[in-house]
Write a protein that binds this ligand. Sequence first.
Ligand SMILES: [Zn+2]
Length: 498
Amino acid sequence: MREELPGLPSTLGSLRRSVEFSAERIARRSVKDEIRGNLIRKLQGGEELFPGILGFDDTVIPQIVNALLARHHFILLGLRGQAKTRILRQLTSLLDERLPVVAGCEIRDNPYRPICRRCRELIAERGDQTPIGWLEREERYVEKLATPDVTIADMIGDMDPIKAARRGRELSDEGTMHYGLLPRANRGIFAINELPDLAGKIQVGLFNIMQEGDVQIKGYPVRLPLDLLLVFTANPEDYTARGKIITPLKDRIGSEIRTHYPLSLERGVAITRQEAWTERPSPVRVEIPEFIRETVEQLAFLAREDKRVDRRSGVSQRLPIALLESAVSNAERRALRAGEKTAAPRVLDLYAALPAITGKLELEYEGELKGPEAVARELIRNAVGKVYSRLFDGENLSAVVQWFELGGSLKLEEYAPAGALLRRLGTIQGLLEHLPAMGVSAQDPPAVRAAAGEFILEGLYAHRRIQRSEELGFVAGERRREAAGEEGRRPGYRRQFN
Ligand SMILES: [Zn+2]
């Protein structure tokens, strides 16, 4: 809270005389009214309401707008990593830039309608000279992660009966009260994440505040007509599970809004592009090929459908974000070592980024048996396979496969410079001719072209048209190799210029 902001009223008298903060305008206006008013102005002006939140324009955002116009408390139901908390934090943009309060009040009392005894007495004594303080938007948003050990004292407050008796006040007098989070958030937005984890007793307390403006503390009734917009988040299954949320509280939450993961791969790519830290101050320039972005996103989509992954907890959008960041780091590290100007992440870098995947997957029993690393490797392979199929639909790559069937093998060293790698890929007949199908041209840096060439081989491997072994790298598929037997020779062997 700030006191004496230049250009703004500093006493109750000057506040009354102002136009913007007159009693007529704000004495009876609730936080929800304030948000509704600002929202209406933004809608009329065609302003973007939740900048940076992608993929919810036609689904989640219209429902939030409706809830706010209706002055509802609301809950966002969704799995983890669906931008729920981020949306709630952005609600502050719908608050007035500055809000006057009685200076020094713990519960940020409205100067025209104070609810605490301190402020009522102060105003009775000093009248128009009562000092006014100011709240910024960010100070009006309070967030709490619900856990089973949160108490009424944390959330609403506590009182000391002995102190109350000594001061000769009635127990219901809030002068003896030590305020919890909720009263301290008065006249703002209070967000509770994972609502079902809140003990039933606290839920009752919340309900009472929302319903009646009073609450019982240690058995004594306390009048606390707080002015708040309450917003919540929860996992949908937890929320609907019987007995997790007390019915009267559920009844008071005006709107239940479902969030979701990106509905299309393109959306997912756009979100990850925006969120991942890939444009870094670095001596090497990072170029992320489009097919790598798509593979990263495809992996998240596959994981969300995978039976071995716990659907109840979901697969957060933070997975593709962290995966891309780690893969870029691995490419960056390689380029730094090789003294190259450009770093381009390859499929190999996705495998190197395995820790970014395994830490973000909650596995079912079957997945645990297999092991998180094995599941993650399979996801990478399948994601490459899917993206490959889309890129090479109708393209004929049998010449490349044939090169291996004739006994060719190629091991791509992790730390080989991009130029050398590209030369090695160039020995495979016809391989680099397919790069244009991936949107890669001769003008692209060697690192990008090498990544594209490797991707084709990884794609063929994903579709089991060729094999990959530890010692030999990419080789022909099992059966073909047996057929070729010992007689199989590398076609490139005969090329004199090699
Ligand atoms: Zn007060």
